[in-house]
Design a protein around this ligand. Structure first.
Ligand code: HEM
Length: 349
């Protein structure tokens, strides 16, 4: 297993886009840290109990852990290098808020009943330990469109190679197969958006509406969503993330939203995109999409390798070693492997 590739260590982050999802953000009650940590080991079993009965529906569940909860419950483990609270941004016109979230559950399937049943079972499992602070039921809309009417997801990195590279950590022996999850719940002002001529909507997004073709370079406004999110590093390589946005809404409340959800091996790519969108690139040249879309939540989570949910102690730093110093590479062996078969270190708690 020490030779395992990141995708073999990962939670079910990648896959084909599915028509239904539930996004659950919860906080953990004070004093419940240890019990929650232990109870997370049961999540894959709960998923199997619900999903096995309709295997073709492809039920999956990804668990993310927020920075503050990590500090409360996993302080004996090396902290993932890019795990920190979502950084709020106050741009010239629009803001990206940072909101509470200790754990995140991303439930997906081809039918919503399975997501709902698993969400219900999870809440029973964590009853008295957690509080739901945000719950969104997302649905796939026509042609993979968002509620602004544009196809959403086209330029995601291609499976099965580019998406793995973009989403899964591969250069951190202890946490290979992990990922960084950023979520934001956006509410759209559809009345104002629908009042725009289609040509102006296309300039806001950077693609044509009906045919989903990227605008030619000489017609691409610098404040379009595509222009600000198509980013590269100093060597000209694309900096990519994997998105799995879904629409949600309530017609009676005139609520029309996009749940933005993204996985990244390097969360600074996501953060660069957010900076471009909200602060502008160059500063002040902010994303036109924000004039019609308000971010009402913002959270960052570490998505650990699946083994960490099952047996976090195997990832813990030794409390004492011969010379009395703490080994920051934790349970890693001299060869850089985890030394597993069993994920447990000898002498681990
Ligand atoms: C209101 C919320 C959002 C909506 C409705 C939305 C919608 C879209 C649409 C329609 C596209 C073009 C098709 C595609 O390639 O997927 C797109 C592209 C993209 N979006 Fe968003 N998006 C939202 C928020 C975000 C956020 C917050 C980020 C990053 C932090 C982001 C990152 C991207 C990226 C990387 C692309 C591909 C750019 C390219 O290389 O062409 N989006 N989005």
């Amino acid at each position: 297993m020490s030779e395992a590739r990141p995708q073999e260590l990962a939670q079910p982050i990648l896959g084909v886009p599915v028509p239904a999802a539930i996004f659950l953000t919860v906080t953990v009650r004070p004093g419940a840290e240890q019990e929650v940590r232990e109870s997370l080991a049961d999540v894959p079993g709960l998923k199997r109990s619900v999903g096995f009965r309709i295997p073709e529906a492809g039920l999956s569940c990804v668990v993310g852990i927020g920075s503050r909860f990590w500090d409360r419950a996993y302080a004996d483990l090396p902290k993932p290098r890019n795990l920190h609270p979502f950084i709020p941004l106050t741009g010239p016109v629009h803001s990206a808020v940072s909101t509470p979230g200790d754990l995140f559950f991303h439930l997906r399937a081809t039918q919503i009943d399975l997501c709902f049943e698993l969400a219900h079972q999870l809440m029973r499992h964590f009853e008295g330990l957690v509080d739901v602070v945000d719950e969104v039921h997302g649905f796939r809309y026509f042609d993979q469109r968002d509620l602004l009417g544009f196809v959403d997801g086209t330029e995601n990195p291609d499976p099965p190679v580019d998406d793995i590279a973009a989403a899964l950590v591969a250069d951190d022996p202890l946490y290979n197969g992990s990922s960084y999850l950023v979520v934001q719940k956006y509410l759209h002002d559809l009345t104002a958006w629908d009042a725009l001529p289609v040509e102006q909507q296309e300039q806001a997004i950077g693609r044509t509406k009906l045919s989903d073709i990227e605008l030619p370079e000489d017609q691409m406004p610098s404040n379009s969503h595509v222009a600000l999110n198509d980013i590269s590093d100093e060597d000209g390589n694309d900096r990519q993330i994997v998105r799995d946005n879904l629409p949600f809404g309530r017609v009676g409340d005139a609520e029309f939203g996009t749940y933005f959800i993204s996985y990244a091996a390097d969360v600074t790519a996501t953060e660069q995109m957010l900076t471009n969108m909200f602060m502008g690139n160059p500063p002040g040249n902010y994303d036109r999409i924000l004039d019609f879309s308000t971010a009402t939540t913002g959270c960052l989570f570490f998505v650990p390798p699946i083994g960490l949910l099952d047996d976090p102690d195997a990832y813990a730093a030794p409390e004492d070693v011969d010379d009395g110093t703490v080994n920051s590479t934790s349970s890693l062996q001299a060869d850089g492997s985890l030394g597993i078969g069993s994920l447990k270190r000898s002498g681990s708690k």
